[in-house]
Design a binder for this molecule. Structure first.
Ligand SMILES: *Cc1c(COP(=O)(O)O)cnc(C)c1O
Length: 366
């Protein structure tokens, strides 16, 4: 029986990729802002509806670099309901993560709880657009302005997401994307920082290339986080098909909603009419009135070869580097949601037959 994973990476046909490889072999320009890298940065910025994109070898290095670029220090307010790379990027910069609870309605940072966590050491806010649902960017911007804080959005889930027609990557000082194999848009591995002015882009580009300003000048203790030509070429090709992938996921999302919205004990996230989502995750929340526990349902799916994932469980605050930094009452929504969530399989090639099987298992149990 076929194993159904929570996601399955999309790729162009190998045939379509080969001409790009031939060009790379002819050019012998493999990395360091090569022609495909330059082309991809321009096309990506245009597609996303943002001013500037700086490509990175992966999202985690882009997060780490974004904190370096803005010279963030001290304490940063972030969410415990995220992938572990978010607090790790702070740890790698010797910054103390301060974990703020989430709003259970959208799983994003609870903007009403941010201000009480601000101390004289606070320098920035690092929210995550969880499952690609936009954070309350207006309120976060307002808080940041009032207290003189920087804002970096971990937008790893939010590729292509728009609110009222505008890219959500246009909010905050910087937004960080991931093009990891598991994301809706992949370049095998990859990432980017989105910024809004030319000077900032320059600084980001120095940081990702050892701090080199030119051949003989190093202006900062940079790192090597450059995207190579192979990844960039794939990105150019993937971009041609991303709209199809998103609309295919949208169809699947609608089908899940139609079939699960009335299921007792299963809560789904509400969608806003103002948002164009990318539909790359389909979380369900198993509540107390569902007949079996979340973990039993998770196991039952597994027994049927359906490998859903509990994103995000355990919370990052359960891991040893962060355990001592938080008390559980201050993040009780995040804890509760992490005990309820299952992300169902969601990817463009997910077959109807398998989706029906997943729905039957969930509804058959109810
Ligand atoms: C995937 C992901 C990252 C890390 O990106 P990589 O490209 O895998 O390094 C960071 N934050 C979140 C929320 C993610 O989902």
């Amino acid at each position: 029986m076929k194993k159904i994973n929570v996601t399955q990476p999309s790729l162009p046909s190998l045939e379509d990729f080969i001409p790009y490889l031939e060009t790379i072999w002819e050019n012998r320009w493999l990395t360091n802002n090569g022609p495909f890298h330059q082309q991809f940065e321009v096309e990506l910025a245009k597609y996303l509806g943002v001013k500037y994109v700086s490509l990175f070898s992966n999202g985690t290095l882009a997060l780490i670099a974004s904190l370096q670029v803005l010279k963030i220090k001290g304490e940063v307010i972030t969410t415990p309901y995220t992938f572990v790379a978010t607090p790790h990027s702070l740890y790698w910069n010797n910054i103390k993560p301060v974990f703020c609870d989430i709003n259970p309605n959208d799983c994003n940072i609870d903007v009403n709880k941010i201000e009480s966590l601000i101390t004289p050491e606070t320098t920035a806010i690092l929210p995550v657009h969880v499952y690609g649902a936009p954070c309350d960017t207006k309120k976060i911007d307002e808080i940041a302005r009032t207290y003189g804080l920087k804002v970096i959005y971990d937008s790893a889930h939010a590729f292509g997401v728009k609110e009222n027609g505008d890219s959500i990557l246009n909010y905050g000082d910087l937004s960080v994307l991931s093009f990891h194999a598991t994301k809706i848009f992949n370049t095998f591995e990859g990432g980017a920082i989105v910024c809004h002015d030319k000077e900032m882009k320059k600084r980001i580009d120095y940081i990702k290339n050892f701090g080199f300003e030119d051949e003989i000048t190093v202006v900062a203790p940079g790192i090597n986080a450059k995207m190579n030509e192979f990844q960039s070429a794939l990105g150019i090709l993937q971009l041609k098909n991303i709209d199809n992938l998103i609309s295919s996921c949208k169809e699947k999302s609608i089908y899940y909603i139609e079939n699960l919205k009335k299921t007792k004990g299963i809560r789904l996230l509400k969608e806003s009419e103002d948002v164009n989502y990318n539909y790359s995750y389909f979380p369900i929340f198993v509540e107390n009135n569902y007949p079996i526990t979340r973990d039993n349902l998770y196991q039952k799916l597994k027994d049927n070869n359906i490998y859903a994932r509990r994103y995000f469980y355990p919370l990052v605050t359960k891991f040893s580097p962060y355990r001592s930094l938080v008390n559980s009452t201050s993040i009780k929504n995040a804890l509760q949601i992490s005990e309820q969530v299952i992300c169902l399989p969601m990817y463009p090639d997910l077959e109807k037959e398998h989706q029906n099987q997943i729905i039957e298992i969930i509804n058959g149990t109810a």
